[in-house]
Design a binder for this molecule. Structure first.
Ligand SMILES: O=C(O)C1=C[C@@H](OP(=O)(O)O)[C@@H](O)[C@H](O)C1
Ligand SMILES: C=C(OP(=O)(O)O)C(=O)O
Length: 415
């Protein structure tokens, strides 16, 4: 299926109630399961990945299918390895290409019984009972592939007989997600110490208490892009807080360069882009701490013709799709590109080049990646566009198309 998306005029006025963050929701569900007690979670995300995690946490089936949900898969790997019984954990073909070896090796060192069922280092896994846990309380882990492994281990840590001292080795990717995990653990009464590159969590019990999930800052990025691409915008996003545990709240600062003023109020944040706001001459950002914003900004810069230099994109190739390749292929359809610069020194740099041009209605492929669909949609303010497999958005934001329609976007089936 394909959607034809267009906005009749490049002026945006409206209000959107954003749904709960999938990252926060998934952590709250794992912590609740580990606490062994019930507590109320308000505004739990309606993301497919969260609904799936909630269901799988209660399932006694032999084979659990985490689909395309990376956090769900990684968090469940650690969680199940501490439970009684044996279950297999699998996912989509893409999930079977997303590495999990660093986490599995760490869990095995702790005493977990985990086998690879197909390729070494990748899903699917067979996870046995956690009766040998506690063989060590000190681990070193490579932090440069995915922070999800570290979050998965940290949440399990207070339930281990001796707790855990986790030494992070190498470049730490997606650090705010590790901080989010520790923040949530602290909310539920679990303390830690982060000294140098070692995080220590003594054995402790999670204290059950009611919890409310913040709205999703990654989802907010698509509205920031809409505001940036509009000639004029006044947009209220409800459910977001200034003092957020989400690293993607850095959007407020990031998008100032595009003339967007964010004002926090009682129900959320108001975005204002005044008429005549200038487009920046250039833009540069390091996405190592906020990888999920990279696609939004790449499309936004291409749409505005802002030459941009990005770094910190190291993890993008192992997410829902190879996001670098996907961006390159789709931006080229509208006269733009994401060009990898020759490697010089320590960091890998990319440049967003060109400015969107429409010879006809471009048809954007989405590569089973919700963020490809959501990041390209704001271009509909410039010209009618088509988005293939628009249903991919359910992974994190099932109401995306409905919410765009409420802002005056025309969204219809094109075939
Ligand atoms: O812990 C989390 O909730 C997440 C961590 C990040 O992954 P990596 O640590 O693999 O970069 C992020 O991209 C993902 O969408 C959600
Ligand atoms: C990378 C993402 O998710 P996950 O790793 O949980 O599949 C994402 O939502 O952009």
């Amino acid at each position: 299926m394909t959607y034809l998306v267009h906005h009749p005029k490049p002026i945006i006025h409206g209000r959107v109630q954003l749904a709960g963050s999938k990252s926060i929701s998934n952590r709250a569900l794992i912590i609740r399961a580990l606490s062994g007690q019930g507590f109320e979670i308000q505004r739990l995300a309606n993301a497919k990945d969260t609904v799936l995690l909630e269901r799988l946490l209660q399932s006694k089936e032999e084979v659990l299918d985490a689909g395309a949900a990376g956090t769900t898969f990684r968090f469940l790997t650690a969680y199940l390895s501490g439970q009684d019984g044996t279950q297999s954990l699998t996912g989509t073909e893409r999930m079977k290409q997303r590495p999990v070896g660093v986490l599995v090796e760490a869990l095995r060192e702790l005493g977990a019984d985990i086998e690879y069922l197909e390729q070494q280092g990748y899903p699917p896994l067979k996870i046995g009972p956690g009766h040998r846990f506690g063989q060590t309380a000190r681990l070193s882990i490579a932090a440069s592939t995915s922070s999800q492994y570290i979050s998965a281990l940290l949440m399990l840590a207070p339930t281990l007989p001796e707790g855990l001292a986790l030494q992070l080795k190498g470049q730490v990717v997606s650090r705010p997600y590790i901080e989010m995990t520790l923040n949530l653990m602290a909310y539920f009464g679990v303390s830690h110490k982060w000294e140098g590159n070692t995080i220590t969590v003594p054995p402790q019990a999670y204290e059950p208490k009611p919890f409310t999930v913040e709205a999703d800052w990654s989802a907010a990025s698509y509205y920031y892009a809409i505001a940036a691409l509009a000639e004029e915008a006044s947009l209220q996003l409800d459910g977001l807080f200034q003092d957020s545990v989400q690293g993607d709240a850095v959007l407020v600062e990031m998008m100032e360069a595009f003339g967007i003023q964010s004002t926090f109020n009682e129900t959320g944040v108001h975005l204002h882009k005044p008429k005549g706001a200038e487009v920046p001459a250039e833009f540069a950002w390091d996405f190592l701490r906020c990888p999920d914003l990279a696609q939004t900004l790449a499309v936004c810069c291409a749409g505005l013709g802002v030459p941009a230099t990005f770094c910190g994109l190291e993890t993008l190739r192992i997410k829902e799709t190879d996001r670098i390749l996907a961006l390159q292929q789709e931006l080229q359809k509208v006269n733009a590109n994401l060009v990898e610069l020759p490697f010089s020194g320590e960091r890998n740099y990319f440049q967003v080049q060109g400015k969107t041009m429409y010879r006809h209605t471009p048809v954007f492929a989405t590569y089973e990646d919700h963020r490809m669909a959501m990041a390209f949609a704001p271009l509909a303010l410039q010209h009618p566009i088509e988005i293939e497999e628009p249903g991919v958005v359910v992974k994190s934001y099932p109401d995306y198309w409905k919410d765009l329609a409420s802002l005056g976007f025309e969204v219809e089936e094109a075939g």
